[in-house]
Design a protein around this ligand. Structure first.
Ligand code: NAP
Length: 336
């Protein structure tokens, strides 16, 4: 059976996921699209889903009896409303990060899903599906012994003029917040932020780079460099230091060249290329679970924890060097 899917938000990632479902993966078909932007929705339909019905009202699309499952790929502020509507309709829902733009919004989703009695939501934390991170998780299990420290970096070539200091947390660090917690199987208890000398490439409303220090319940100390105007490429680094050894995230595959007395490897510049496989794997996982009327992968609880941690990191940016405590309520049984 092919699952009939409705996609809300047909910008960059919504179009790419529609292409993925209709042209790469099996088990689902995008049969409906909705977006406030008419040019975007028409471009998406023309390129990737010519038979799709176009809905002006995304809530009507979610509730349409012809729709089995929903992808929420619109602007972050709108996610909560659409995910809550999908839960109310009892339909599996893949929601791009963030699950909600506030911890209170994410908590409302957790409560609604728990009340529904079954998992319906998968959050788009695709790094958990990246073969490099999966290999790193295996190395933490088999090689490094108990983790003591993590050194990580998230570097982008450049960001637009509308990118502000808190966005380094909500839009960029959010991926490390989720994937490191998953790698370590641990929760955060505090966040601290330090600002080195500002890069001359960072515009007025952005302090860049910054170093975020997270401490976990098991006592692991994590430092993440966020540097979004690094100029040289899109570069994701992660090294786990354990009791018995060290494990490092593999570099993306590339052709090494020897020429002109130089040994070199290219560095990627586009995030879409760095995690291209993991987007395929996360959606394949969604389609498989949704066919059974449920959801797999990163949960609403993971989305909620990420939102609480991100809020603490933004408070820590304002506190400049002073640690901010992170506390979480009891994890509901649905997510254990
Ligand atoms: P985008 O290119 O700006 O696309 C967002 C689309 O949603 C636009 O077409 C926008 O229309 C539309 N939209 C805005 N409000 C809406 C509403 N109320 N109902 C329906 N559609 C609405 O952004 P994007 O890069 O695709 O990002 C979309 C989401 O995916 C964001 O939450 C982002 O954080 C997430 N994302 C995740 C990853 C990842 O690595 N997991 C990567 C990229 C993006 P207008 O253009 O008219 O505003």
């Amino acid at each position: 059976m092919s699952l009939k899917i409705g996609v809300i938000g047909t910008g960059a990632i919504g179009q790419d996921h529609t292409r993925r479902i209709n042209q790469v993966l099996s088990g689902g078909k995008v049969v409906a699209l909705s977006d406030v932007s008419r040019p975007n929705v028409e471009a998406c339909a023309a390129q990737y889903a010519p038979d799709a019905r176009i809905f002006d009202d995304p809530i009507a699309m979610i509730n349409d009896p012809e729709i089995d499952a929903v992808l929420v790929c619109s602007w972050g502020q709108t996610h909560e409303e659409y995910v809550l509507a999908a839960i109310a309709a009892g339909k599996p829902c893949f929601c791009e990060k963030p699950l909600a733009t506030t911890a209170a919004g994410a908590e409302r989703i957790v409560k609604a899903e728990v009340a529904s009695g079954r998992r319906l939501v998968q959050v788009g934390f695709m790094r958990r599906y990246d073969p490099g991170y999966l290999a790193l998780k295996n190395a933490v299990r088999d090689v490094t012994g108990a983790p003591l420290m993590v050194h990580a970096a998230h570097r982008n070539q450049r960001v637009g003029a509308n990118y502000t200091t808190p966005m380094a947390i909500h839009d960029t660090l959010i991926h490390e917040i989720d994937v490191l917690r998953w790698l370590l199987d641990d929760d955060y208890v505090s966040a601290q932020v330090f600002f080195p000398r500002k890069s001359p490439r960072a515009h007025e409303k952005l302090r860049d780079p910054q170093i975020v220090v997270l401490e976990t319940a098991k006592g692991v100390v994590i430092d993440v460099e966020v540097f979004v105007n690094c100029h040289y490429g899109y570069d994701i680094q992660c090294e786990i230091v354990g009791e018995d050894g060290i494990a490092k995230l593999p570099e993306p595959m590339s052709v090494q060249t020897r020429s002109n007395a130089t040994l070199s490897n290219p560095i990627l510049t586009d995030w879409k290329d760095r995690f291209i496989d993991s987007y395929d794997y996360e959606l394949a996982d969604f389609l498989k679970a949704a066919a059974q009327g449920t959801a797999a992968g990163p949960t609403s609880w993971d989305g909620y924890v990420a939102a609480v941690t991100a809020d603490a990191c933004v408070a820590a940016q304002e506190a400049e060097g002073v640690p901010v405590r992170i506390s979480l309520p009891q994890r509901p049984a649905l997510y254990s």
